[in-house]
Design a protein around this ligand. Structure first.
Ligand code: SF4
Length: 520
């Protein structure tokens, strides 16, 4: 039997100041542990803490003790959702955890995870999902036909539909068999961790778009979106979970089932931007990849300057690589206020007017009189860089040369990353492709601007380009995009709130030019 206990605080994240733009956001982080005799709730809490950068809107943990599954989740950061008392009440030997941003589905308590469902056989299923499916409407329609996903269902995420179908499938067979039957019907990006009362499961889509790894504890096993989560709980890395693989972990050990042929298309953006630098993806240190990107950037887009400074902290490894390759000294010219963006208190108008100074503060004695080479990870709308360059000049910089450690983002991601809308991307706003870089340079007020090429990024990852997704940079999507997906979050929610599971014609008509390969 199963219980579901929750409180619901409607927390709203503070709006960012006008000059601090929305950065690309990972949709979610997942964690799972099977470890009899260990405090699995607390291990999961710390695992989620390490994955907090992947989702800061909601967090949740499910724990199974062999007889029941208990779920606790809420809107907010991991540290805001859980306290000692709550964790102490979650006793068991198997747990899954989740931290969330929304791409499909809005930011509501109902869409926070783990999703919980009863099977007809009376057991509980709790599920966490990282990624984004592209056939959600088709799956929702099937779930409605089966009577397990009604028009009054309050959750609107692809993950909730998967949870409903999985629990339904386990009515007359094991959860493992239900998963083997269901997983091949899911299209898009998914890393799933799920459980019943006794067993932990982990599955990765056949393209392996998002990372998912297996680790070993003295008395059990862990799975996590990133290997940095293993370090914090004292687990050792065993291996990546393969694209198209399902793992089941219980007292019989670890069982592996191949539910689909692997067609690897790992998200290159995980390497260059999203994952923690202390994680290892596909055997390669993320930090090392980013240092190598900086080296390639220095070769492709050389600059003359007195000092290389990073925009902390995500630009730091690339700035180190740029300095090593160029021979220009490296220095810290900007200090980051690490806690901005983690407050749930709305800033006052006076504070908002501080703009980028809320986030970054220049070290004037380092900057004054220097020709700076500023290395940043990406440019989205350009607001941040414009404000930053103005701030550096006010602090005494005589020249500011900007070098960007990723190629221009030109296309939306349908596989779990939330960018600004295509219309907001500064690289899309320029009159011609040829003049794009100089147009952006003028818009942000830099003396020179250079981006690394897609080829340079791929080379630094050590992967074959054919094994990577780079669709947000080159528009070539590895997984077919049903029109429904291109409609975006708001339209999909409209669809899923109707009993027919179809979108209003007026909305479909605006999006009928979408195909698997998108061009400007
Ligand atoms: S479109 Fe971009 S962000 Fe999305 S999976 Fe592909 S490379 Fe990653």
């Amino acid at each position: 039997m199963t219980d579901l206990s929750i409180n619901s605080r409607n927390l709203l994240a503070a709006q960012q100041p006008d000059e601090v733009e929305n950065e690309p956001r990972e949709e979610c982080g997942v964690f799972g542990v099977w470890a009899p005799g260990e405090d699995v709730a607390k291990l999961t809490y710390y695992g989620l803490y390490a994955l907090q950068h992947r989702g800061q809107e909601a967090a949740g943990i499910a724990v199974g003790d062999g007889a029941q599954v208990l779920v606790f989740k809420d809107l907010g950061l991991v540290s805001q959702v859980f306290d000692e008392q709550t964790l102490a009440s979650m006793v068991g030997h198997v747990a899954v955890g989740h931290c969330r941003y929304s791409t499909t589905g809005s930011t509501t308590w109902e869409n926070s995870q783990p999703i919980f469902r009863h099977t007809d056989a009376g057991s509980g299923v709790a599920l966490g999902h990282n990624g984004n499916l592209v056939n959600t409407a088709e799956l929702a329609s099937r779930a409605r036909e089966l009577g397990v996903y009604g028009p009054r269902t309050t959750a609107t995420s692809d993950s909730d539909v998967v949870g409903a179908l999985l629990a339904h499938g386990a009515a007359d067979k094991t959860l493992e068999q239900a998963a083997v039957d269901l997983l091949p019907t899911l299209k898009g990006a998914f890393c799933l961790t799920f459980q019943d009362e006794s067993t932990l499961y982990a599955a990765r889509d056949p393209h392996g778009i998002r990372p998912l790894s297996l680790g070993r504890l003295d008395r059990g096993w862990v799975v996590a979106s990133e290997t940095a989560a293993f370090d914090i709980v004292g687990a050792s890395f065993v291996r990546d979970i393969e694209p198209g693989e399902l793992l089941a972990i219980d007292s019989n050990g670890v069982r592996s089932t191949r539910f689909a042929e692997p067609k690897p298309k790992l998200c290159i953006f995980e390497h260059v931007y999203l994952a923690r630098p202390d994680s290892v993806i596909h055997g390669r240190s993320v930090h090392s990849t980013r240092v190598d990107i900086g080296r390639s950037l220095a070769r492709e887009q050389p600059a003359e300057g007195d000092l290389v400074i990073p925009v902390p902290e995500s630009g730091t490894p690339a700035a180190v690589g740029f300095a090593q390759e160029s021979g220009i000294p490296y220095g810290q010219g900007l200090m980051k206020n690490a806690y901005v963006g983690r407050t749930f208190i709305q800033p006052s108008q006076t504070i908002r007017q501080l703009g980028i100074r809320l986030k970054l503060n220049p070290l004037r004695e380092v900057i004054r009189g220097k020709k700076l080479v500023v290395v940043d990870d990406s440019i989205v709308r350009g607001n941040t860089q414009r404000a930053l360059i103005r701030m550096l000049r006010e602090a005494g910089a005589v020249e500011v040369h900007v070098r960007i450690a990723s190629s221009p983002v030109r296309w939306p991601c349908f596989y779990g990353i939330d960018f600004a809308s295509p219309a907001e991307l500064i690289a899309n706003g320029m009159e011609s492709e040829e003049n794009m870089v100089d147009g952006v340079r003028q818009a942000i007020g830099a003396d020179s601007l250079g981006y690394i090429s897609v080829e340079g990024m791929v080379e630094a990852t050590g992967e074959k380009s054919s094994d990577l997704c780079a669709a947000c940079f080159d528009g070539t999507y590895p997984i077919e995009l049903p029109t429904e997906t291109a409609m975006g979050k708001a339209v999909l929610e409209t669809m899923m709130s109707t009993s027919q599971g179809t979108a209003p014609d007026s909305l479909i008509a605006k999006n009928d030019n979408v195909s698997a390969v998108m061009r400007p």
